[in-house]
Ligand binder design. Structure first.
Ligand code: PLP
Length: 380
């Protein structure tokens, strides 16, 4: 079987409609039906078989369009599992909630937008919320409920044990979804540890250039994929034409990027951890590579996620620190080829004012290390 980088270049070959090596951006909202009257299939006939989405060629771009079909074929081929794309990571979480429509969701410390979306459903009276603590799980978990685990977790980049929560979910007949945005495949494969569905913000590593929004759901069987595609028509959250094109362009180099980002992050974290005693203002470093629990290396066999945090000794230093760096833009978000740092107090009202989140890019790691080292030493 072909290797991952080969798949990333070729898994969409069959969806190509033109000889162009780089696909065109298809801006059409609507597409002509077949010219041959014999090939016209009525809605009733389609519905009775596999639904609107299986018609074979695009009909209307809210349902699907050539760029989204190619990007989906590429993701499905690369991940080796049925995959559905959305217009944002948050839209993929929304689709997940509509698909499982659980009475109760168990989650904590997830992406703030996921909590915000669950709050909208709770306001509607449609969803009870609990944490992933053993107390809550033992007391409230029932069949059909959803556990939603983000690992590695924002902003620390530290890991939770997927198998543990999969077992908790399955012994009660509940489901486990994993937000794997911080360590996408091939770093982490949550299905190998019992996840029922995996979500990603494709905006981050799959996109990788800080210039598109995308969401991803990966499922176990094509029947579920088909249901998700049908739901997506009514949730109105298909990925847009330009973003699907950009995603396709980005995916061509995805594995090269993620491996470099992961390796850069591990080396930078190791350097800082080794030298920690020499930096007066560096209080703490958090990252999966520094965790000692046995499950962490099993869950991340091909490298750790490229995001980590540091804590400095006081809030004023955290405010100034990003301005001391040459190769880390001070900005929110993560996953792009460029390294970023963010004083978390700027985007998260609950974060300690001493925390800085670092998203490591694909620059030469020696330059990143030297830059970080001089910035920390400037406070000595
Ligand atoms: C960014 C992010 C999301 C939301 O993705 P969008 O593409 O911004 O909607 C969800 N989960 C995690 C862990 C994220 O980092």
């Amino acid at each position: 079987m072909a290797g991952s980088q080969t798949k990333l270049i070729h898994c969409d070959d069959e969806t190509s409609r033109v000889p162009d090596v780089a696909p065109p951006i298809n801006v059409a909202a609507t597409f002509k039906y077949p010219e041959d009257p014999a090939k016209l299939v009525t809605a009733e006939e389609v519905e009775s078989e596999e639904g609107w989405v299986a018609n074979g060629s695009p009909i209307y771009s809210r349902i699907s369009h050539p760029n989204s079909e190619s990007a989906e074929a590429l993701m499905t081929g690369f991940l080796g599992r049925p995959t559905v794309l959305y217009n944002t990571g948050l839209a993929s979480f929304n689709a997940l909630l509509f698909h499982y429509h659980p009475k109760r969701i168990f989650f904590d410390r997830c992406y703030h937008g996921c909590h915000g979306m669950a709050n909208l459903m709770t306001r509607w009276g449609a969803l009870e919320q609990h944490t992933l603590s053993d107390e809550d799980l033992d007391k409230y978990l029932q069949a059909g409920d959803l556990l939603h685990l983000e690992t590695p977790v924002n902003p620390d980049g530290t890991s939770f044990d997927i198998s543990y929560y999969a077992q908790k979910a399955h012994e009660k007949g509940a489901f486990l979804s994993v937000d794997s945005t911080f360590a996408p495949y091939p770093l982490q494969d949550p299905f190998a540890f019992g996840a029922d569905v995996v979500m990603h913000s494709g905006t981050k590593y799959f996109g990788g250039h800080s210039d598109l929004l995308a969401g991803v759901l990966v499922v176990k069987d094509s029947k579920t994929r088909h249901q998700l595609l049908e739901d997506r028509i009514y949730l109105a959250s298909n990925i847009s034409n330009l973003d699907a094109f950009l995603l396709l362009r980005s995916l061509r180099t995805y594995e090269l990027r993620i491996r470099q980002q992961s390796s850069n992050a591990e080396k930078l974290v190791k350097y800082l951890a080794d030298k920690k005693g020499e930096y007066k203002v560096l209080d703490k470093i958090s990252h999966s590579s520094l965790q000692t629990e046995a499950f962490v290396k099993k869950q991340l066999p091909n490298g750790f996620g490229p995001v980590f945090t540091i804590e400095v000794t006081d809030a004023e230093i955290a405010r100034v620190f990003p301005s001391k760096l040459k190769y880390f833009h001070h900005a929110t978000s993560l996953g792009g080829v460029e390294s970023l740092i963010e004083w978390r107090a700027l985007s998260n009202a609950d974060a300690a004012k001493t925390i800085l989140r670092i998203s490591v890019g694909i620059e030469n790691v020696e330059d990143l290390i030297e830059d970080f080292d001089q910035a920390l030493r400037s406070f000595n």
